[in-house]
Structures are given as C-alpha cells and as structure tokens.
Design a protein around this ligand. Sequence first.
Ligand code: ZN
Length: 270
Amino acid sequence: MTKMKRTMVIVLSATATIASFSQVAEASSYRQAKTQLNLRTGASTENKVVTVIPTSEYVTEVSRLGTWSKVRYGTKTGYASTKFLLTDQQIGGLRIGKTLVVNPNLPLRSTYAPGESPIARAAFEKMKLAAKQEKITLVAFSTYRSYAYQKALFDKYVARDGFEKASTYSAQPGKSEHQTGLGFDIGGADSSKYAKFSFSSTKEAKWLATNSYRYGFHLRYPLGKESWTGYTYESWHFRYVGATLAAQLKVSGLTMEEYYKLEPGKPMTP
Ligand SMILES: [Zn+2]
C-alpha cells in the first residue's frame, strides 16, 4: 500500500467512526456484564486492558462507537464490546440502581444465565473464613441455578405437592433468586438440616442471622414476612446485595419488597 492510499483509509475509517458515534440516554444507561469482560483503552481488541469487569457487574454505558460501548465502571472509563452488555430487557426482574430485584411478580427472562456471581462467591468465602474463627462451619450447598434446572425442580415439587403448595416453598422458573447467581443457600456442619426448618435453631443459622449482613448477605425470606416475600421462612436462603444495602435492610428489618415499596411478592396461582 502506498503512503497516500494508507492515509486515505485512515481518513475514511475516522469518518465512519464519527458517523456511528451516538449518545446513550442516561436513564437507560445501566448495562450488566454478560460475562467476565475486558475494559479497554479503545474500541478494539488491540487496545490495552484497563481492568476486568466481573460477570453480572453493572456498568454505565456512556456512548456507542460501532460495535463497542464506552462505559464507566467504578472510577474507570474504557471500552467494552456492546454484545456482552445486557440490557434490563434481556435480564428481566427489576433493576433499582445497581440492585436486581427478583420475586414472584418480577421474573427473570428464561435466557438470562449469568452463572454464579464471582463477587458474591468472594464475599461468601470471606464470611466463611470469619465464621470459622468462631468455630462455625458454613457451606454454600446451592448457589446458581439455571432456568431449566429450576423448572425441573419446580415440576418435581408440583408432582409431589400440587401447584399451590409447591409455590409457597419453591420458586417457579424465572422467579428464583438463584438464577441471578446472587442467591446462596447456606448450611452448617449437619447436612441433614440443609434447606430444612430445623436449620433455623442451629448455631450456624443464628450466626448468619446476626453477622451475614457484614459480608453483604441479606436473609431474603424471614419469619413473619411471608406476605411480603411470598415465601415461607427460609433460614438458609441469603441474597447477596452488597454490604451497604445489606446493612440498611438489617437495621430497618425490612424485606426488599418493603424497602423498595414494591407490591408484595405473592405466589402466582395457575
Ligand atoms: Zn434458596
């Protein structure tokens, strides 16, 4: 290629770039990383990686540049491939700020499959270690569940107990927090008490009820709040919401439905 031709190509591509540049409305600018995502200095894979955004983290999309998005993540700004940034529409549930609320009224899309949140897992491991210092054993026995898995599980319960009863203790597909990758079912040393009412009187359950908020976990289906959550008491089910919100929920004693002034999460009848 001659020097002149090369210059022309550069000029042409720069023009194309300007033409495809568009501002993204601030109101709908939150996007969720579909996978672990590289944030780069420019809009191509040849640019340097600024930081790696963990799966399921929210970023602010500032503008578009071809198939790339300029995004803000914490204090960092860079470029990420637009196809790996999920819109609220593609996720479902209800996003309030950077918190994703899922309940019987606010189901997730069947195609939303983020896997276990690495942020929630890291928080759990930190909590597990702290508990161990106090001779408390914590085991996350069920975390991420796909839509298909939840569907199979729910269908099994319906076959055993019927739809209405099953709906009080098991989420219908799309309505489980486990599909977000942020729902953690936690047990103690005795595995026979996993997901059982009897877990509530164990020292592990008491430790969790008192301390889990420090690590960002919220007891999602508390005793006496069944009419708000739509679920019976689950002393083992925790939702990772981050330490700030977990502390606010703990201090107020509110469910996510009450805190965000949402409709009670009533189990749906067929
Ligand atoms: Zn659970």
